[in-house]
Design a protein around this ligand. Sequence first.
Ligand SMILES: [Zn+2]
Ligand SMILES: [Zn+2]
Length: 114
Amino acid sequence: MGLPLEIIGLGRPEITLIWEDEHTTTYSARELRLRCRCAHCVEEMSGQPLLDPAKVPADIVARHIELVGQYAITIRWSDGHETGIYHFRRLREDCPCPACQRQRAQQTSRDCKP
Ligand SMILES: [Zn+2]
Ligand SMILES: [Zn+2]
């Protein structure tokens, strides 16, 4: 999945990505902050979460969104965190919209994976 046509989310409670095929993916800002997989938020070796969700403010917003090459974005959050990289492919694959959730559920049952 290539570069989104549009990324809307600065200072907002939600971050929206509009893809080349015009599919729209919306994450709540807090959810995206909690999904951070940087070395400060997740133990690299064990994959153990280091981030305490209780410490992430409910009203967190993105202060700055920057492209990383053509494949990802990095976000500076209002809590000062800025080391996370969000890959577009991942953001699209994990799209929380009902249509994508349904599609993923179907794929899971077809492949008989847990
Ligand atoms: Zn992080
Ligand atoms: Zn979707």
